[in-house]
Design a binder for this molecule. Structure first.
Ligand code: PSU
Ligand code: MN
Length: 302
């Protein structure tokens, strides 16, 4: 049922490094036409690290792992593309729908295709106001049940970061800072929260993955939290101010469910003159680079 591109299929079979990339960030997280440039650039960054990129999406009811040029263009430009979490995958397949996959949708399909390393921007998590809305991203539940290594810049700073870290602990998802003992804050290098573990090299990450398998730890993700370089982060004061406005606007307009995250990301980009976008891109780029190296170290030991 999965359509795995020839390049990805061959690399997985030969145990060469592969990095999964999500498509929601392209379709719903970034403005056009920048999004297509970014989609291509991220694939190039994976290749520069000697790994094969596998961007994941569902097109006309077929889940694709590894997209060609035209398919990547569809993800960036097609009107009405859906946002697919893992619960939506079977619905999209059976109805012939097309959509971009979130972290949860992407991680599920990547794992099915035998891809162990995945790079994204920031994970979904527990939203502020959770007690009123019960809005917790499906990313967390899926990562608690999927054997995959996710390199990310923490969780999106629009969320309740402390509550999200607590949920990850409860769900048994391993979290390590990459070269830091602070949990990164997506647009910011530091979310204000510590992490218990620090990994410093791709080889160390790969060793954790091997130990996970050898111990027979139940299927669950390893989150490698890689901070955006401080020089490229969003100014923390600006971030705090605009985020407060964005949350208020979201509330006033009654936006809920899947629309919340894209609305907030877009609001921040527009009200920081693109500075949040620059920080977001710097974070994703750095994550993709680290993921490429981790995939390399993982492949080396197999
Ligand atoms: N990271 C980004 N931009 C994004 C996302 C992550 O830099 O747009 C997406 C991911 O696909 C993530 C999703 O899974 O936002 C979470 O959305 P929700 O809160 O609706 O689960
Ligand atoms: Mn949500």
């Amino acid at each position: 049922m999965l359509v795995v591109s020839e390049e990805v299929r061959e690399a997985v079979a030969a145990r060469r490094p592969v990095v999964a990339l999500e498509s929601t960030i392209i379709a719903h997280g970034l403005p056009r036409p920048r999004n297509l440039q970014v989609a291509r650039e991220l694939e190039d960054v994976v290749r520069e690290q000697g790994a094969v990129p596998a961007t994941i999406a569902v097109l006309d009811g077929r889940p694709h792992v590894g997209l060609d040029k035209g398919q990547l263009e569809r993800i960036a430009n097609q009107e009405g593309l859906r946002k697919l979490g893992h619960r939506d995958l079977a619905l999209a397949v059976a109805t012939g729908a097309s959509g971009a996959t979130t972290v949860s949708g992407t991680a599920l399909l990547a794992a099915r295709a035998g891809v162990r390393v995945f790079a994204t921007g920031g994970l979904g998590g527990v939203h502020r106001e959770w007690t009123a809305t019960q809005d917790e991203s499906a990313d967390l539940g899926l990562l608690a049940r999927t054997r995959i290594t996710v390199v990310c810049a923490g969780v999106k700073s629009i969320l309740d970061v402390a509550a999200t870290l607590q949920r990850l602990e409860t769900l048994g998802v391993a979290v390590a800072g990459y070269g830091t003992d602070r949990f990164p804050g997506f647009y910011l290098a530091d979310s204000g929260h510590p992490v218990d573990w620090t990994l410093r090299t791709p080889r160390e990450v790969a060793e954790v993955m091997r130990a996970h398998d050898q111990l027979g730890v139940p299927d669950s993700a390893l989150i490698v939290a890689n901070p955006v370089p401080e020089a490229e982060q969003l100014d923390p004061a600006l971030h705090a101010r605009v985020l407060a406005d964005a949350l208020r606007a979201c509330d006033e307009r009654g936006i809920s469910g899947q629309a919340v995250t894209p609305f907030l990301l877009d609001y921040l980009a527009r009200h920081t003159e693109g500075a949040s976008l620059a920080a977001n891109l710097a974070a994703v780029r750095g994550n993709v680079r680290v993921a490429g190296r981790v995939a390399g170290a993982w492949a080396e030991g197999r």
